[in-house]
Design a protein around this ligand. Structure first.
Ligand SMILES: Nc1ncnc2c1ncn2[C@@H]1O[C@H](COP(=O)(O)OP(=O)(O)OP(=O)(O)O)[C@@H](O)[C@H]1O
Ligand SMILES: [Mg+2]
Length: 312
């Protein structure tokens, strides 16, 4: 084991609810999930809904105990939550009675208690500046748009100066234009700090555009790493150039191929649903397909800022 962040044979069993109140049975959702992430690397984790992506991320964040396996970050075993991991959720869960600055300052307070208060405030303000909210420091969450709130969430995570940034579908609730803005913001922030990043997403295009490697999960139960795809697109990445690059298309096809194979494997001999039957096109959440739908996870141009896209 030699990576900066090592996930070693992570396993998670959840109790199965029998409906009659009896307990004891468990289901193994994730089994022997191993992954090694280098310092400064951006790794995207993708897989069908319900396969266990959030479970894996949540174990890494220390929010969910694992049933087996272990995690090493920067040569130290990780157990339980810690400020060395900054987490960004789909919804940032800001404290509504505090301003943007005060929300971020809470994170700074956690890691820099010895620093005088005015300095901590200015550190928090710097982080908000970096995410483009320098003029909204004193606004409360209900005075911010969804995209601005998510920017505060990112600033709050980075204000911990974590060793690794963990993001669970951070742009999943945003409209397509805001999503593009925040993807670009994430790329700019990464270029500045080269922060090791582990990102869960449903969106194939987003995964490829942002990451150095895309890790594809098999479908559960007992989900694990199915395939790892290196993304040799040069950085800094320009959206238009990336999406016009034939390599991008090839990477997308390879990712979709794996995911569609997984869906078919899981569906077995069952006939796929007719197109559109389970897809809520206008849902703010991208992957609204059933977990075994063969077209689940396909980036719909609009959400990824790609223009129209048709299935290969
Ligand atoms: N606390 C829990 N208790 C029991 N089962 C759980 C619990 N949390 C998650 N699960 C189950 O574990 C499986 C994986 O859930 P998880 O949320 O990790 O999937 P996911 O890949 O993140 O899905 P999505 O893409 O929809 O967010 C699902 O079948 C889910 O029902
Ligand atoms: Mg999830």
């Amino acid at each position: 084991m030699s990576g900066y962040l090592e996930l070693w044979r992570l396993t998670k069993r959840y109790p199965v609810s029998s409906g009659d109140g009896r307990s004891g049975e468990t289901q193994t959702v994730v089994k022997n999930f191993s992954l090694s992430i280098e310092k400064g690397e951006v790794v995207a984790l993708i897989g069908h809904s319900g396969c266990g992506k959030s479970t894996v991320l949540s174990i890494v964040a220390g929010l969910t105990p694992s049933s087996g396996g272990g995690i090493i970050l920067d040569d130290r075993e990780v157990s339980g939550p810690g400020t060395d991991r900054g987490m960004v959720f789909q919804s940032p869960c800001l404290l509504p009675w505090l301003t943007a600055l005060e929300n971020v300052a809470l994170a700074v307070d956690q890691v820099a208690r010895e620093v005088p208060r005015p300095k901590r405030r200015s550190i928090a303000a710097d982080h908000l500046e970096q995410v483009g909210l320098g003029d909204s420091l004193d606004r409360r969450p209900d005075e911010l748009s969804a995209g601005m709130r998510q920017r505060v969430g990112i600033a709050r995570a980075l204000a911990l100066s974590p060793k690794v940034l963990l993001l669970d579908e951070p742009f999943g609730m945003l409209d397509s234009l805001t999503r593009i803005e925040l993807q670009d913001l994430l790329l700019r922030l990464w270029a500045r700090e080269k922060k090791t990043t582990f990102l869960v997403t449903h969106d194939v295009d987003e995964a490829i555009f942002l990451s150095d490697r895309v890790v594809m999960m098999t479908d559960g139960p007992e989900a694990g790493v199915g395939k790892i795809l290196a993304i040799p697109l040069p950085r800094p990445r320009d959206r238009r150039a990336v999406f016009e690059d034939p390599l991008f298309d090839a990477l997308r096809r390879e990712t979709l191929g794996f995911l569609e194979d997984e869906a078919s494997r899981k569906a077995g001999s069952a006939e796929p649903e007719p197109p559109g039957s389970s897809c809520a096109e206008d849902s703010p959440r991208r992957a609204t397909f059933g977990p075994s739908h063969p077209t689940a996870l396909v980036g719909s141009g609009a959400g990824s800022g790609l223009g129209s896209w048709s299935k290969p």
